[in-house]
Write a protein that binds this ligand. Structure first.
Ligand SMILES: NC(=O)c1ccc[n+]([C@@H]2O[C@H](COP(=O)([O-])OP(=O)(O)OC[C@H]3O[C@@H](n4cnc5c(N)ncnc54)[C@H](OP(=O)(O)O)[C@@H]3O)[C@@H](O)[C@H]2O)c1
Length: 304
């Protein structure tokens, strides 16, 4: 299978590329941002027509929360415009198109939200992702929306890129592990204004689910997430146990004032029962997911 992948130099995209190519032998075509800017319709079309992929997986985003608010034009073009270009190009070559999306399309009161729950985003990022989802739902000949959530893992394209805790769950475990393995204290943020409940997902597990969706030609909305919900503190404490770290170094406190920005959905748990049925898989519980994450982190450290 030939897969055209956008955003392959990013955190999620690099895991998609790894799983598609190295675990499943797919031919992955992944033009860099500097060669194919997805906001350029003609470039996208030419690039896809030249490649004739069986599928396009669209994981690229402009990842700059402050920029999304200050430059609405660029934000719209980078999310909604780029998705429109990708979907049109996929239709032109009759390719299956998968949009990687997010649990942040929900408002934080809908958890556990099923695949058919109506999105109700409360910040710019969620709004732009929900609009991008609609493009796929309404315009793709064969389209899938793969919502991922609370993504953990190693960045396979930029393994030494700085990892930091933020208002969401992304990178939470690895940033904690980095600190505790260095013998440093780590203050886990918890309190109002944060994403406090989610369904943490290993990036490579999400990639396996996307690949399975391509294999089965599963269309519609899928929740490509883990199999167990968690709050921030539970995830952090379980991680210290699975990684055999000193739990005494873990503090829990409020986030810094500087973090205050747009609203953040508090409870973004995803119900993925329909997805698991559609793909014929069991989703991993938290300990299984963390065990796999540890294996990936240890392997990345041994190669560094
Ligand atoms: N990380 C999470 O916790 C999380 C959670 C839920 C959903 N997601 C979803 O996962 C996807 C990937 O997120 P991520 O965290 O992996 O982001 P990321 O690490 O910031 O990667 C973004 C990628 O998009 C590329 N890109 C940006 N603008 C582009 C453009 N105009 N044309 C072509 N390429 C462009 C970047 O290339 P350059 O770096 O070269 O600019 C990079 O490869 C997104 O759809 C996001 O909504 C992520």
């Amino acid at each position: 299978m030939r897969i055209y992948l956008t955003g392959a130099s990013g955190f999620v995209g690099s895991n998609l590329a790894h799983v598609f190519a190295h675990r499943h032998g797919a031919e992955v075509v992944a033009p860099a941002h500097e060669h194919v800017d997805l906001t350029d319709e003609l470039l996208v079309r030419r690039s896809v027509l030249a490649t004739k992929p069986d599928a396009i997986v669209h994981a690229a985003i402009w990842n700059d929360p402050a920029g999304l608010r200050s430059d609405r034009r660029r934000a719209w073009d980078a999310y909604v415009g780029a998705t429109r270009h990708v979907v049109a190009a996929a239709n032109a070559v009759d390719a299956h198109v998968v949009l990687v999306s997010t649990d942040w399309v929900f408002d934080g009161t809908q958890g556990p939200a099923g695949e058919s729950a109506p999105p109700n985003p409360i910040n710019t990022y969620g709004f732009l992702k929900a609009c991008s989802e609609l493009i796929v739902t309404e315009c793709a000949g064969r389209g899938t929306i793969a919502r991922i959530a609370g993504v953990q893992g190693v960045h396979r394209a930029r393994p030494s890129a700085p990892r930091a805790q933020d208002a969401g769950f992304g990178y939470l475990v690895v940033s904690l592990v980095d600190a505790l393995r260095a013998g440093e204290r780590f203050t886990l943020w918890d309190g109002p204004g944060l994403n406090r409940l989610a369904t943490p997902t290993l990036a490579s597990d999400a990639a396996e689910l996307v690949r399975r969706a391509l294999e089965l030609e599963a269309t519609g909305i899928l929740h490509c997430c883990g199999g167990e919900h968690s709050d921030r503190v539970t995830l952090a404490r379980r991680a210290t146990r699975v990684f055999e770290l000193d739990e005494e170094l873990l503090d829990v406190g409020p986030p810094p004032d500087a973090l205050v920005g747009e609203p953040v959905p508090a409870d973004t748990r995803l119900d993925a029962a329909a997805t698991a049925r559609a793909l014929g898989v069991d989703l991993p519980d938290l300990n299984t997911m963390l065990g796999r994450l540890r294996a990936e982190v240890d392997q990345a450290w041994s190669l560094a």
